[in-house]
Design a protein around this ligand. Structure first.
Ligand code: AMP
Length: 406
């Protein structure tokens, strides 16, 4: 049984607390500056920040943003985040010019109890992604203890998520409130979902989702498959999928999964009609097919109305529903209906309703039904890997029993 230090059990007063948060938010350019488009991740970090400042701690926030190439780039600066944070917290949040160096060190020493400092993008330092020990040591100089609150990055062994944590004693490397909340929902889902358990899979990449399907094979009663994933399964069953997004190697994986599911009496529910068009941009040409087969010159971009009905029926009686991945190209109105209708049906179910991994959070937000879900995970890859049962480096390093610091 893993044991962790929780933020609530850490000594915080008067101490500089390094908090790894996930401020990897979408930005848009407005004139000569950038603005935060979606504040969800910033809001998600507020409970931990406020807990620390109210306890008299000095909060040093650190995050990556985007994919800079190992050096500073204005478009990946955390400046717009500092602005939003200052507003939300109602106090000044100073942004350092770099996450390490004299500037950051000086500012960290001047902090008073309750202050909040934001370090500039961690990925401006090449050592972040390579988990370089030099960078870990420099970050350690800034702080007295470490809190992990970036759930979405726990599957990465980077300096700020792994190497730095390793430098602190067990009592001084703790878990923030967001990570605690994620685990409170995801751990029971992974190990003991209330049955009947229905898994709703979608999105584009079968290979990314295979692990989850395999992990849940001995726990699910029904698997509903939509999105581009469905075409690998339909092809494995011998249907024509036209120009639909589907790679050959995925068809073999799908065939293997269909076999494993049949051996366990799991119901695998696949589309019976589709919304097709000649390309993703051909919204005007969207048409509903009569059957499973997709015409040669078309690609399937959403599930059709008969499929929605079939899927709604398959949700009936569920005690737990986990939804991962949209049913179609929901970003385009002509292909969004299947995803939004599924959001509605899942939201109306009496089951415990959880979602996460990849793009599904954005799809649910676009459907306006976020409030009706019991829990929507903030993680993409981290959520998927956790549910597959893979050890997450950023989590394992917090575990008391991990004396080797792997
Ligand atoms: P994922 O990150 O694997 O959950 O995939 C999400 C993406 O899958 C979204 O951007 C959707 O637009 C895309 N998607 C869903 N259904 C289809 C489809 N039938 N064809 C192509 N892309 C799709």
């Amino acid at each position: 049984m893993a044991r962790y230090t929780q933020l609530q059990n850490m000594s915080l007063r008067g101490r500089r607390v390094f908090v790894r948060v996930d401020f990897n938010v979408p930005l848009k350019k407005n004139g000569d500056h950038y603005e935060v488009v979606d504040e969800t991740r910033i809001l998600g970090a507020l409970p931990t920040i406020q807990y620390i400042t109210e306890a008299g701690g000095r909060c040093i926030l650190a995050s990556h943003l985007g994919r800079p190439k190992g050096g500073p780039e204005a478009k990946y600066s955390l400046e717009p985040v500092a602005k939003v944070l200052s507003q939300k917290l109602g106090q000044d949040v100073i942004l350092t010019d770099s996450c390490i160096g004299d500037g950051a060190r000086g500012l960290s020493r001047q902090m008073r109890d309750g202050d909040v400092l934001l370090l500039e993008n961690l990925r401006f330092e090449p050592g972040e992604e390579s988990n370089a020990s030099e960078l870990c040591q420099k970050l350690q100089e800034l702080c007295d203890c470490y809190v992990s609150d970036a759930f979405g990055t726990l599957h990465r062994a980077h300096a700020s998520t792994h190497g730095l944590a390793k430098l602190f004693e067990f009592k001084d490397r703790g878990m923030g409130l967001l990570v605690q909340k994620e685990l409170a929902y995801l751990e029971p889902l992974k190990d003991r979902p209330q049955k009947p358990f229905v898994l709703v899979m979608g999105g584009a990449k079968v290979s990314d989702k295979i692990g989850i399907l395999e992990h849940f094979l001995d726990k699910v009663s029904t698997v509903i498959i939509g999105g581009a994933m469905a075409y690998a399964f339909l092809r494995a069953k011998g249907y024509e999928v036209g120009k639909s997004f589907c790679q050959d190697e995925q068809v073999n994986l799908a065939a293997r999964l269909l076999k494993s599911a049949a051996a366990r009496d799991i119901q695998m529910v696949l589309p019976v009609d589709h919304v097709v068009a000649s390309s993703m941009d051909d919204e005007a040409g969207a048409q509903v097919t009569e059957s499973e087969s997709v015409p040669d010159d078309k690609m399937a971009l959403d599930i059709g109305p008969r499929t929605v009905e079939k899927y709604a029926a398959a949700l009936e009686g569920a005690e737990t529903i986990f939804w991962n991945g949209p049913m179609g190209v929901f970003e385009k109105p002509a292909f969004a209906k299947g995803t939004f209708e599924m959001a509605r049906h899942i939201a109306q179910s009496k089951a415990k309703k959880l979602a996460g991994g990849g793009d599904v959070a954005a799809a649910i937000a676009a459907s306006g039904r976020e409030e009706e879900f019991d829990f929507i995970s903030t993680g993409g890859g981290a959520t998927l890997e956790y549910l597959e049962g893979k050890p997450l480096p950023g989590l394992r390093i917090l575990d008391q029993d991990n004396r080797l610091g792997i």
